[in-house]
Design a binder for this molecule. Structure first.
Ligand SMILES: Cc1ncc(COP(=O)(O)O)c(C=O)c1O
Length: 359
């Protein structure tokens, strides 16, 4: 599915573990190889401001503990992407990892990973001459897999995170490591029975692994058809939203001119003082959606930090809904959802006495 070699894959419990494993491993490697030089430097890692919490939080934790230094590079408010030059500018002598997601989970924006890898590789050649540590490149491909072609050779990454349930597989994950243990070191987080060549011990979860394999096989065979279908239905959804509501009222939060994005994601806001995402969803009868990352669903009325980072104004971000279409979503379902939203808006904006009367 990703163009790698079987021996470069290890199975994990999911994306959170794969992401934590990469971060843990590069820090351990730095400590192992650089501490001998006794210069007291801590490893430095570079990422961007719209990463999933399973990247952001372990990095913040390491920085708070003063085990590592971390630079969170802001994304462009024009493109929603992190700029390659900004990543390069963040590099320091002690940098050992650049980790940037392949596609954002709230906006679907595709990040320029192949360009980042190329530039870092060129930089690594110069750094080797000065005895500086190699910078490894990781991408969290959780959202991109199954929705567009993902190829580790084209991307040029050293690590890539795989999450089964995002492409209709079971809830396990995997980690791709280029030349695992030979070209790229990997330090285990767990110690135990020696499975996965000791890189991730614990009895293998055979049925889940088999399921992940089947899901990957289906993606490999059919990704173009899946992508075309999702794009058609998502574009239809955006068309219907713009047609059914006053165009000025709809803000498509995931459309950045000239920026590629995933085919399934539609993040939008309907402007209006009573139409906060959560309030609107509570009025809907058929639509099931989230207002941002599902893992933030406990953070009641704060607008998504990812949308704010991308330059979406506060009042718009507060009203955001994140809709995703899947392989079997139909245009008829989109029509139902748009009608559902229209009725929900009408109820919320109706005369005060009538508000909620029909719900
Ligand atoms: C971009 C991204 N990375 C990582 C994860 C975490 O994956 P898991 O829930 O399998 O640990 C998710 C899940 O939502 C995600 O969207």
């Amino acid at each position: 599915m990703i163009g790698g070699k079987p021996q470069d894959i290890i199975f994990t419990s999911g994306g959170t573990e794969s992401n934590n494993l990469v971060i843990h491993s590069v820090v351990r490697h730095f400590q192992h190889t650089r501490s001998a030089e006794g210069d007291g430097a801590v490893p430095h890692l570079v990422t961007c401001t719209v990463e999933h919490d399973s990247i952001r939080l372990p990095l913040e934790h390491l920085a708070n503990e003063q085990v590592a230094a971390v630079t969170f590079v802001p994304v462009s408010k024009v493109s929603g992407q992190v700029e390659v030059e900004d990543i390069l500018a963040a590099v320091r002598p002690a940098t050992c990892l650049v980790t940037v997601m392949l596609a954002n989970n709230e906006t679907g924006v595709i990040m320029p990973i192949a360009e980042i890898s190329q530039r870092i590789k060129a930089l690594n050649r110069k750094r080797a001459a000065s005895g500086l540590p190699v910078i490894l490149v990781h991408t969290d491909a959780a959202q991109a897999l199954g929705k567009r072609r993902v190829d580790v050779e084209a991307l040029g990454v050293d690590f890539l995170t795989i999450v089964g349930h995002k492409f209709y597989g079971p809830r396990i994950g995997a980690l791709y490591v280029r030349g695992l243990g030979e070209l790229t070191p990997l330090y285990p987080m767990l110690f135990g029975g020696g499975q996965e060549r000791n890189f991730r011990p614990g009895t293998e979860n055979t049925p889940m692994i088999a399921g992940l394999g089947k899901a990957a096989e289906l993606v490999t065979k059919n990704w173009e058809a899946y992508e075309a279908h999702m794009r058609d239905v998502r574009d239809y959804l955006e068309e219907r939203l713009l047609a059914e509501f006053d165009k000025q009222r709809i803000h498509l939060n995931s459309r950045f001119p000239g920026t590629e994005r995933l085919p399934n994601t539609c993040n939008f806001s309907i402007r209006g003082p009573q139409l906060q995402g959560r309030v609107l969803l509570a009025q809907c009868r058929t639509l099931l959606a989230s207002v941002g990352a599902a893992c933030h669903s406990d953070q009641v009325d704060r607008p998504s930090p990812v949308l704010l980072s991308c330059g979406i104004p506060f009042d718009v971000a507060r009203n955001a809904l994140r809709l995703s279409v899947g392989r079997s979503t139909t245009r008829a379902e989109v029509d139902l959802v748009v009608q559902d939203l229209k009725q929900a808006v009408a109820r919320l904006e109706g005369p005060p006495g009538a508000r909620g009367a029909s719900s």
